[in-house]
Design a protein around this ligand. Sequence first.
Ligand code: ARG
Length: 257
Amino acid sequence: MKKTKLLSTLILSLGLMTACGQSQTDETTGGKESDKKVLTMGTSADFAPFESRNPAGEIEGFDIDLANYIAEELGYKLEVEDMKFDGLIGALQTDRVDMVLAGMSATEKRDKNVDFSTPYNHSGEMFITLKDSDITTLEAIKGKTVGVQLGTIQEEGAKKIKETIDFEIKPIDNAATLIQELLTKRIDVAYIDKSVAKGYITEQNLAGFDDPTTSSPGMAVAFPEGSDMIEKVNKVLKEMEENGKLEELKEKWLSEE
Ligand code: ARG
């Protein structure tokens, strides 16, 4: 029984290998778009301007443009898979996706479980509140409820701050819901990446202040540990820095900063 299973797995993988080899040949000989190898990107499309759904329901943003450029350069067809942010590392570890771009900060802790490219963007943190709020400093969050997105560096950061200031942390698994919670006064403050916060402040007429406690690591592309894609992607990122393409994308999506 076991042997049969092993054998069929072997046949299956051989089949896959042949299939991959096939499309690679097509690609190098200028194969059609449909023949291209697929690169699956995991993301959490709740994080404009990095990734969010437009009114037509399509996922767009800085990370999507960046991933498309990288895929194009390396001869892949990009496929985007939307999932919860706190499931992304697991998706990489179980090879459900080939890479993750999700405004993900390359922390040391995550680096133990996945591999990161060189950083492509830096963003600080902000606390955002309703416009008329009297919470305008970090000290003022004492006794209040602060919402964070589950599995983010802000969740970690909030726990750290809580060691010295007493407040309640409310982890929420979707960044857009986090803002809804703020608008409906179920939380007093939302703690979120600065570039994302700025968008909401303008769009929803909110207020906010910079987090004085952190200097978070840059956002980077994440891969399963030991992935041979990193070197190639780093090369593309370097090229994009040199040819101005990265700056162009920043101007397109992050220019409010
Ligand atoms: N930069 C933060 C982190 O890495 C938050 C990222 C959240 N991204 C998202 N697509 N919701 O933890």
